[in-house]
Every structure is written in C-alpha cells, then in structure tokens.
Design a binder for this molecule. Structure first.
Ligand SMILES: Nc1ncnc2c1ncn2[C@@H]1O[C@H](COP(=O)(O)OP(=O)(O)OP(=O)(O)O)[C@@H](O)[C@H]1O
Length: 582
C-alpha cells in the first residue's frame, strides 16, 4: 500500500503487493489472501503453503513480479518430499484448493516419472524415470518402494532431474503484471470486485546517490562552518589574550611612569652629581639640583634623618605617589637607603612663589596682576584636585608661598606634602595630634581645638592667607623685617582693614579690580569660623567669575572676642607645638 518494497535480508527478494511481510503492521490489509511471507531467524524469506499433512514452509528464492512467479527451495533439501505433500492429492494441474499458486516447473523432464519412498534416510522421497529400474537409478530396491507414478503430459510440467531442489510457482490472481511492466505499483481497486487491481505510481524513495548528493555537501557545509567557527573562536581567544597582554604591558609601563621610582643612595649621589648644586634649605632638609637624564632635571630633597621617625617621608611618598595634576609637583622617585631618605621631584626653574611676592614697582620680580590672578587660579585648582579628585581626600596643611613652585611658564605647582593627611572623602572632621603648618597660614582651629574641628577648611584658610600675601599685604607692612617671610597673621590682617569699606590699601594700585577680587576672596577664606569659609570649588568659581563687581565683601574675619592676640607666639617661623590629646 505504501508503495515501498521491503525485504528480509540484504539479498532476499523484494517484497511488495500482492505479497507482504506478515509482521509488517503498516502494511496490514495491503496483501492478498495467501501471499503472506515471513522472515526466518537467518533473514531468509519464507512462505507457508498448506498441504494435507499440515503447513509446508519453503524458502522464497526470488519473485518475478511481471511474470507473477516465484522460485522456492526447501530449507531441508527435500523438494521431492515437499512436492508430494503439496501436490499428491491435487487435481491434475497441481492447483490446491486453498493455495493461489500453480506449479509451473518441478522437473524439466520429458518422461514419466516415479516417486520412491524410503523411511530410513533424511530425504525419504526420490524421483526416478519410470522407464528405469531402481538399480539403473542407483537405488537399493530393498530400501526404496514406489509411491507415485506421474505421467508426463503437457499439463504436467517438464521435469529436470538435475534441479531437484527448486519449485517454481505462478499466480494469476491478483493480476499485477500490467502495472509491473509499466514500472508502477499495484493494489486492489478501491470499491472494485475482490480481485480487481489498479496501478499507482511508486513513491520514489530518494536514491542513495541523491541522499549522498544532498547530504554530503550539507553535512560538509555544517562541518566546515563548525571548524571555521572553532578556528575563529580560537583565533579571537588568542588575539584577545595577546591584546590583553599588550594592554597589561602598556598599563605597567604607564604605571611605572606614573609611580615614583625607588633610588639607592648611590643613585641619588650620581643624580645630584655628589650634591653639587644646592637649591635651598627647608625645615626638613636641603634641596639639591640633579639630572635624571639629559632632559629631566630634578630637585632632590634630602630629609634630615636625625629628627624624623620617618613619618614625613612616608606621608610625602604616600600622598604624592598618588597625585598627578598639572598644579601639583610630581614625585618622580624616592630613596630609602639605610638612614638616607630623599625625595626626587621635577625641577622648576623659577623656584617658589615666595620669590615673586613683591611690590609692583619691583620690576625684576613683580609678575603683574593678571599673571598673579592666573597663579591664584592654578593653586586653587591644585587644592581642588587634592580635596576632591583622588580616591582619598588629601589635606595639605601647609599651603603657603614657599610651597608653591613655578615652572618655566609660571604654572604654579603645589609641593611639600610632609604635613599632608590622607582622609576618606566623606570625613568631615579630621583628627590631628599636633598643630601643623607655617605660622601666618595656620587656621585658628589647627592652633586650638577651642576654635572648632579641623577639616579641609584649614587649607582654605591657608590659601586665603596666601592670596592676601600675594596681593602684597606683607610687603606693604614695612615695619616687619624683610628676612622673616612669615608674619603673625592676626596682626597683618588688621592692617588690611584700614577704612570702613575694607578696601585693600596698596600703594599705586588702589581699586585695581583683580587686586580687589583676590582680596575679597582671601578675606572670605580666612573667616575665623571654618563654616563661614567657602569650599575650594566656590573659591574657584569666584576667581573665574567675570562680574567681579558683584563680589560681596565678607564680614571682618577677626572676631576679637574669640582670640587674644597676645596668646599666639610671634617668634617661630614654622610651628611645632606639643601634641594635643584628642
Ligand atoms: N622642585 C623644585 N624645583 C626647584 N626648586 C625647588 C624645588 N623644591 C624645592 N626647591 C627649592 O628649594 C628650597 C627648599 O625647599 P623646601 O621645600 O625644602 O623648603 P621650604 O618649602 O622652603 O621650607 P619647608 O620645607 O620648611 O616648608 C626652596 O626655596 C625652593 O626654592
């Protein structure tokens, strides 16, 4: 029915209508009565024919569908015996009542023949020519007895003694030879009479070749795609890895460049050419000029090893190692070699800002108000960076003109982080155990905890003092000695407030707009109470604002009720007080 052939073994005959494999459930109802075939355990095709002595199972050797014949053999090699069982009692044309098959060929034998029987051998039936004696046929007359004489006639098929082991049967109903000749399949006609058949087109099972032609390229394509994808993956994996490595290398190079190098004392001696050129001396040690390479000039600060327990050194390396800003000095390296400690910075040819704080008529050193304004902005940007842009807030605690260096383009660089403190950004109050800074620039609360908590506003105060210093306040108080660059700030600030409108009185430059701006901002920054001082961001906004006229003059920063001037020492340049117990 399905139009597909089936078979028992690879070499077995193809099985299709009117035959069917008995156990093939999908072909149920598709066979014709009596045409059921089975497969043996050894994959041979078998047919069961009925006889008077029970069913006879024969092996189907081939089926010729166009001629409607099938060739059978006996698995027990005794065709004559099976022949007798099947056809002994049949009518003359060997057509059984129940079987649809007719015998067409048994022996191609043109003579009459006789069936003989012997009970003691495996195949107990033999066929001989009737005209011959048993002895002529090589059979023992004692063992063999005659069973049946068959008279050869046109009805009886010819018999060939040499092919005793095959039976050839034909069938006439159902008649499918027409369909087979046309290469079509055959089936019983729907709604037809019992034996009527009709042809139909066989399902063309895709041939192996077609399957090969279609599937091989398809599977090949999939394989190639898979291999290519795998190769691509492997390639991109290794590419990514090598990119990662390059990225890491690059990072390490940059990191190395950004982070301070460690020098030995011998290096330091070599760099400074045996400490040949001294640039100056601060509270913590002397500074020497040096050369890292032909292009890189450095300033090497040798720290006094006698006084410190290493805190200043650690502080400076810790704080400065992290900062990279155009307005903050770069720490290129450090030396911690036995008792020798040194810090290596870029060299700035113009030295410290202190040198440029002078009267306007000092033509050699006065930079002009516009330049000073730019320098003030640069310092504020450096402080803003320290206060706001690093992982930790860096409080400098020693902002003053000595600690601002100027490069060859007069760009200000904040330096000297020996007193700096690293705090978390959300920390609003800082604990310091010693008052720190340079006299004249120290916020009141850093002097004494009575004036409030210490915070980033301490740097704002110092910056305010620096601004006021920049506009020439100290130099205009001519009574103070020239050598002592630090001035007691309350006294100095009082001098700024001559006149009720708080205008800064400086010879020759009265009412200069930049000057006024710097003065007002400076006064805001030195407000006695830290809370009244602006943040560095606000300071920057005020410094960069164009509408200077709108700047509001702050109240008098000194509240005379809160400080007794006489309590504050006047004769130290750098403040070193005893520890305050928190
Ligand atoms: N990177 C530098 N480039 C050029 N000159 C420098 C550099 N660093 C320091 N100097 C010079 O060396 C001198 C001493 O500097 P140092 O920072 O040790 O002391 P200070 O700031 O004057 O005082 P203190 O350390 O007590 O605050 C300064 O006057 C400065 O001009």
């Amino acid at each position: 029915c399905s139009g597909r052939d089936s078979r028992c073994g690879r070499d077995g005959p193809r099985i299709r209508f009117p035959f069917r494999l008995k156990d093939n459930e999908t072909e149920n109802g598709c066979s014709y009565r009596g045409f059921d075939l089975t497969c043996s355990d050894t994959h041979k095709t078998q047919i069961e024919l009925s006889s008077h002595s029970g069913p006879v199972i024969l092996q189907v050797i081939s089926i010729d569908y166009p001629r409607q014949s099938l060739t059978l053999s006996d698995p027990e090699n005794c065709i004559p015996g099976q022949f007798l069982k099947l056809f002994q009692y049949q009518t003359s044309h060997f057509q059984s009542q129940t079987s649809p098959f007719q015998l067409v060929e048994f022996y191609n034998f043109t003579y009459n023949f006789t069936f003989l029987h012997c009970s003691s051998i495996p195949c107990p039936v033999q066929v001989v020519e009737s005209s011959k004696t048993l002895l002529d046929s090589g059979l023992d007359p004692i063992l063999w007895t005659k069973t049946l004489d068959v008279i050869s006639s046109p009805v009886y098929p010819p018999i060939d003694m040499e092919y005793q082991n095959y039976l050839q049967l034909t069938w006439s109903k159902p008649n499918c030879s027409k369909c087979e000749i046309q290469g079509k399949m055959c089936k019983l006609k729907n709604n037809g009479t019992e034996d009527e058949t009709e042809c139909f087109d066989r399902h063309h099972k895709p041939t192996k070749k077609i399957i090969l032609y279609v599937t091989v390229p398809f599977v090949g394509l999939i394989l190639v795609t898979l291999i290519l994808t795998a190769c691509l993956r492997v390639y991109s994996y290794f590419k990514m890895k090598s990119e990662d490595e390059t990225r890491i290398e690059k990072f390490l190079e940059e990191y190395k460049a950004l982070n301070p190098d460690r020098f030995s004392y011998a290096d330091i001696k070599r760099v400074t050419n045996n400490f040949r050129e001294k640039l100056g001396e601060g509270a913590h040690g002397a500074v020497f000029k040096g050369k890292l390479s032909n292009e890189i000039l450095v300033a090497v600060k040798m720290l006094n090893n006698t006084e410190s327990d290493g805190k200043e050194f650690i502080n400076e390396v810790k704080a400065m190692g992290k900062v990279h800003h155009i307005n903050v000095v770069r720490l290129l390296g450090f030396c911690a070699d036995g008792c020798y400690r040194a810090l290596v910075y870029n060299f700035f040819s113009n030295g410290s800002l202190q040198k440029f704080i002078t009267r306007p008529d000092d033509k050699d050193h006065f930079l002009g108000w516009e330049k000073l304004h730019q320098i003030a902005i640069g310092i504020a940007k450096g402080i803003e960076y320290l206060h706001m842009s690093c992982d930790q807030q860096i409080l400098h605690f020693d902002i003053n003109p000595h600690n601002v260096l100027l490069d060859d383009k007069l760009l200000p660089k904040i330096t000297d982080f020996g007193l700096a403190k690293l705090c978390s950004k959300d920390q609003s109050v800082v604990s310091v155990t010693t008052a720190r800074g340079t006299l004249g620039y120290i916020a009141p609360e850093v002097f004494s905890r009575n004036f409030g908590n210490i915070s980033y506003k301490a740097d704002i105060y110092s910056y305010g003092m620096l601004l006021l210093e920049m506009i020439g306040g100290r130099k205009n108080i001519s009574q103070l000695s020239e050598e002592n660059s630090q001035v007691l700030y309350p006294e100095w600030i009082h001098n700024l407030f001559e006149g009720k409108d708080m205008q800064v009185k400086i010879e020759g430059v009265e009412n200069d707009i930049i000057l006024k701006k710097l003065a007002i901002i400076g006064l805001w920054c030195i407000q006695w109470h830290a809370i009244n001082r602006p943040s560095i961001k606000l300071v920057l906004r005020m410094l960069e604002a164009l509408d200077e006229e709108n700047l509001v003059v702050p109240p008098n920063p000194i509240n005379s009720n809160t400080i007794k001037v006489a309590e504050i020492p006047t004769n130290y340049s750098t403040l070193e007080l005893e520890s305050i117990h928190e």
